[in-house]
Unconditional design. Structure first.
Length: 629
């Protein structure tokens, strides 16, 4: 195709003809199906795009009992490639034709046409597209528990964006941020999603052929509940635990599997949560049960083994889920560390194999589930969390690795995850690159291995007429590499805000950051790397003034990336101070971070609810207070 066009995802097959079609005003969009109303919503999307980008007004009409020369676009159902969700798109001298296998296929054909119109305006290249998905389930999971709960407007805009990229599943990762009426103390300060809002969002997603899958962690990650005395009898430990990497955590983390009340508690949650979703799937989490066997289940785990105790409880959760007519999804990390038990998993469940480094062993893990006959998704990540501005190269490598091996071993889906560990400091637009990469590769891996991601972000997200913003976001996301040291699952530039200023001379006795110390101390010349980082960040963000974004939130996007750059720069200088190499005073750093906090607060509230903000920003405030010591 002409290099002046970018499609996201790039289709399975595209043949470019000679010439172009000029879009005339006052044409018809004919809905060629026995029930034209079923296509009305889909057709309105291209109708709106034609009006916005081409300045032409095309009316919808059911059937074809109209003069044929008045039809500018025909959308026909039942005439696709034979594959589910497939479509053919033809741009000829006579007009536009979308032939789809089913209603989702028609929606995706329109999504591709919208992108062509967005870029070509009134003039489209003559072409033929035949397209279908590699994977039937292509999802995004957004963390709404650490600590950002997006506003409904933010969620609606995100759903529209993802639907246009042919994503067909969305999950909102939940620990304590659903407004359970039986448990108000748990979500009181979180600005949670309510049942009313889930019902509305579910309908909004369904119109756009996205399945909103309920998500409630149900074993580990229950610490937000254990902050409240009412739930402590359900906890595995009474007063915290030690992580696998040697760090002491103050609060209990996992449910106690041997306590029958744990299952009664989960049953109550499920009975309130699940009726608000039309999806027949349910992600129960059950990952990272780090404290299992360290407390009330210690003897049981010694007798039967931690893996067996975990599996027995997972099977009980599965019974709760299937009794409510749902298919259970669960994170596969714990059972994957006990491969001998994988064949005992219930055949109806779906394992979610996650790993967030580019070299994660998706090949071995996928093979394990496939050989046991267990359905599974591959779950890479956007690499945005614990980074501020992302980890571009790692994200792309991670997603490529996941999808390639998922396809090799028969995965039924890809779920690209976006987490918010330690306060969710990254702004939403930082994650668009990972979302786009996951959407493209999940739809057609072969056709999208060389996709121009910066160009796609420029054309289809930021709508930057200067072609600056996409590459800026891409490059700023690689700032994590500049210090010359790589921290797994994050960036040293983020962790710099959490390290005590005397880390190198007085490491914390509780084991915090111990797993990182070896990496930090092995750096060849960390001060030089940090100065290189500052110069790199300044050069990248210096291009922001040249961007000419026309997206609806252009001003906010610019402010978010500017703040991300300023935080990266501050983190670099803070580490230089820790190393005794900074040429700025603590007082100036304190004043700078105070100003950054105020900008952070305003930007948070532009896309997210107030709940969680104070929990997130207190980490920045603790870093600021350390300058007074």
């Amino acid at each position: 195709m002409s290099s002046s066009f970018i499609l996201l995802p790039w289709p399975q097959s595209l043949s470019l003809g000679e010439g172009a079609l000029d879009l005339a005003d006052h044409r018809l969009i004919a809905l060629d199906t026995p029930r034209p109303a079923d296509l009305a919503f889909t057709a309105r999307r291209i109708q709106a795009a034609l009006a916005r980008y081409a300045g032409v007004q095309w009316e919808l009409v059911g059937g074809d009992a109209v003069p044929q020369d008045q039809i500018g676009l025909r959308i026909a159902i039942g005439r696709g490639t034979g594959r589910a969700e497939s479509y053919r798109l033809s741009v000829t001298a006579d007009g536009l034709l979308i032939e789809a296998q089913d209603l989702p296929g028609a929606f995706y054909g329109v999504a591709t046409l919208v992108q062509l119109v967005q870029q070509g305006r009134t003039r489209l290249p003559l072409l033929q597209i035949e397209d279908w998905p590699d994977l039937p389930h292509r999802g995004i999971m957004l963390d709404i528990s650490r600590d950002k709960v997006p506003t409904m407007e933010t969620l609606y805009a995100l759903v529209d964006r993802l639907a246009g990229w042919k994503i067909n599943q969305l999950q909102l990762y939940t620990e304590h941020t659903f407004a359970y009426r039986q448990h108000p103390e748990v979500w009181a300060k979180a600005s949670p999603m309510t049942a009313d809002q889930i019902l509305v969002l579910d309908a909004y997603c369904r119109e756009r052929h996205i399945e909103l899958v309920p998500n409630q962690n149900s074993f580990g990650h229950m610490h937000r509940w254990f902050e409240h005395p009412r739930y402590l009898p359900l906890a595995e430990t009474e007063d915290g635990f030690v992580t696998p990497w040697g760090e002491r955590q103050a609060l209990p983390f996992s449910l106690m599997p041997a306590n029958p009340q744990s299952l009664q508690f989960l049953a109550g949650l499920y009975d309130e949560l699940l009726p608000n979703f039309t999806s027949q799937q349910f992600n129960v989490g059950c990952d990272e049960t780090f404290d299992l066997g360290q407390g009330r289940s210690r003897q049981l785990c010694q007798e039967r083994g931690v893996g067996r105790v975990y599996l027995d409880f997972l099977l009980e959760v599965h019974r709760l889920v299937t009794a409510r007519g749902r298919v259970m999804q669960f994170w596969g990390d714990i059972i994957g560390s006990h491969p001998e038990l994988v064949p005992e998993l219930p055949r109806g469940a779906i394992a979610l194999e996650w790993g967030y480094e580019a070299d994660h062993d998706f090949r071995g893990k996928c093979a394990c589930f496939a050989e046991a006959g267990i359905r599974f998704y591959v779950c890479p990540g956007t690499s945005s969390w614990l980074s501020i501005a992302g980890r571009t190269d790692n994200a792309i490598g991670n997603i490529h690795n996941a999808v390639e091996n998922g396809l090799r071993y028969g995965a039924s889906g890809v779920l690209t995850t976006d987490w918010g560990d330690l306060g969710h400091w990254q702004p939403l637009p930082v994650s668009y690159l990972g979302f786009a990469c996951g959407a493209a590769l999940g739809w057609s891996y072969r056709a999208n291995t060389s996709l121009d991601l910066p160009g796609a972000l420029d054309r289809l997200v930021f709508e930057d007429e200067a072609g600056v913003m996409g590459k800026l976001a891409y490059d700023l996301g690689n700032a994590y590499q500049q210090p010359g040291i790589l921290i797994p699952n994050g960036s040293v530039l983020f962790w710099a805000f959490h390290y005590p200023l005397d880390l190198f001379v007085n490491p914390p006795a509780d084991g915090r950051f111990g797993w990182q110390m070896g990496v930090l101390q092995a750096a060849a010349d960390l001060p030089a790397g940090l100065r290189k980082t500052i110069a790199y960040v300044d050069a990248v963000i210096g291009r922001l003034a040249d961007a000419r974004m026309t997206c609806a939130d252009a001003e906010l996007v610019a402010e978010e990336f500017q703040l991300a750059a300023d935080l990266l720069r501050h983190g670099s200088v803070r580490m230089l101070l820790m190393l005794g190499q900074a040429d700025v005073s603590r007082g100036l750093l304190r004043a700078e971070l105070t100003a950054l906090e105020e900008r952070y607060r305003a930007q948070w509230l532009a896309r997210n609810r107030p709940g969680g903000l104070e929990d997130s920003i207190k980490r920045m405030q603790e870093a600021r207070a350390s300058y007074d010591a």
